[in-house]
Design a protein around this ligand. Structure first.
Ligand code: HH2
Length: 257
């Protein structure tokens, strides 16, 4: 899954894809480089971010989706029913909601009506405050219980279970150690029986591991290493900004399998 953030403030590509033509070009390039789907988002969820209105999100993403229609499989990264509805009308196939249908419960019905694929992600707190001292007794079992509950909610709202993938939400209300623990014990999340999506790409946790305690992003080299490990541990969808590098790394992994 390639990532195109049509935002001024995303943590690693903010401002890069604000122009619809540039954003659509980036999505087409990611598809050519090996992405099976490209996740288009009009709202940053980086730590500290405030959120934007549905009108502003639509203003950012609609011109991009119009340019990709029929050319590139698209996922819409939104927590708002109105935004998802328009994106699905414009051909998006997957609804990627970092709030797992908590911010806007109407989003579940919209996904169900369109028989869309869905990604349900774990987040503790909300972006504005989530990195202020996140705490868990056992991060893995708490994330698993949350995802199981949201999976049940989605199915009860009419989304077909075989349309749903789950995501531990790396960096969303989690310390470096929480993120590592989730990756070490990915098998516990796999036991929920749904495909796992993992987003490690350029995240600050990787920057911290390679030596900068104040990092807000991580390098591509570390992203690729983490993605390969997640893949070998059973993740099926890797959400990445640098598609070519990840596709090349996975080609080697597959050749060796
Ligand atoms: N991470 C980000 C955004 N959306 N969705 C899922 N399912 N999983 C993730 O790990 C995930 C996500 C954050 O990355 P990015 O989109 O690059 O930044 P921003 O939220 O600042 O736009």
């Amino acid at each position: 899954m390639g990532v195109v953030n049509v935002t001024p403030d995303s943590f690693s590509d903010g401002g890069v894809h604000l122009d619809a033509e540039v954003a659509a070009g980036a999505a087409r390039r990611m598809f050519e480089e090996g992405a099976a789907i490209v996740d288009v988002g009009g709202e940053s969820t980086r730590p500290g971010s405030e959120g934007v209105t549905a009108e502003e999100e639509l203003r950012r993403i609609v011109p991009v989706l119009e340019r990709l229609q029929g050319l590139v499989p698209v996922s819409i990264d939104t927590a708002k029913a109105a935004v998802a509805r328009r994106a699905l009308e414009l051909g998006a196939e997957l609804v990627n909601d970092v709030t797992a249908f908590r911010a806007d419960p109407g989003l579940a019905e919209v996904a169900a009506e369109h028989d869309a694929y869905v990604c349900l992600m774990h987040m503790q707190g909300e972006p504005r405050t989530m990195q202020t001292d996140p705490r868990y007794d056992d991060v893995v079992s708490e994330v698993a219980a949350f995802l199981e509950e949201r999976l049940r909610f989605a199915v009860a709202s009419g989304v077909r279970e075989d349309r749903i993938c789950l995501d531990p939400g790396i960096g969303f209300g989690k310390t470096l150690e929480h993120n590592l623990e989730l990756l070490r014990r990915l098998d516990v999340l796999l036991a929920l029986g749904r495909p796992l999506l993992v987003g490690l790409s350029r995240k600050s946790t990787l920057g911290k591991i390679v030596g900068d305690p104040a990092a807000t992003t991580g390098p591509v080299s570390a992203s690729v290493a983490a993605a390969v490990v997640a893949y070998e541990r059973g993740a099926t969808i890797l959400r990445v900004h640098d598609v070519r590098q990840h596709a090349e790394a996975l080609a080697v992994v597959r050749a060796l399998a």
